[in-house]
Design a binder for this molecule. Structure first.
Ligand code: 5GP
Length: 138
């Protein structure tokens, strides 16, 4: 399996399609998931190409995980969450739909289930949730 430079997240990285960016550093980018399974659901990706954990380098994994942890703290603070769910899928058989390495970070509350999949988020709500996370990042 080879990396397709025209996957959706590669286009987001190149600003060829819009996204609601929350955070970035030299190696990673964080943006709102357009079909959020929970308020504050973000995606963390490396800026360099990798399909998933099966072809990512240890350096890509290390930098992405550092950002995943940072966002875990930020969404917990922003949404007064009781916990955080991290999801990550590899290849179609593993549940992956977009083939650029990404980690889902979802703030969770006790006894509150996830939203149904594949439901587009409200853009104003996504913007407002992004602002809350950015405020928590300081
Ligand atoms: P996965 O590959 O982890 O199964 O799912 C890909 C994720 O990317 C889904 O949660 C989906 O909502 C999200 N997604 C798909 N297309 C876009 C897009 O164009 N923009 C954003 N921000 N998220 C997307």
């Amino acid at each position: 399996m080879t990396y397709d430079p025209d996957n959706i997240f590669a286009k987001i990285l190149r600003d060829e399609i819009p996204s609601i960016r929350v955070y970035e550093d030299e190696a990673t980018l964080v943006f709102m998931d357009i079909m959020p399974r929970a308020p504050g659901h973000v995606l963390v990706i490396p800026k360099t190409p990798a399909r998933n954990i099966l072809d990512a380098s240890p350096e890509q994994m290390a930098t992405v995980m550092a950002t995943v942890q940072k966002l875990g703290h930020a969404v917990t603070k922003a949404f007064d969450a009781d916990g955080v769910t991290i999801q990550q899928f590899n290849e179609a058989a593993g549940g992956q739909e977009v083939f650029h390495l990404h980690f889902h970070v979802l703030p969770r509350h006790l006894d509150v289930g996830l939203n149904p999949p594949r439901v587009m988020g409200d853009m104003d709500e996504l913007q407002s949730n992004a602002a809350k996370i950015q405020a928590a990042l300081g």
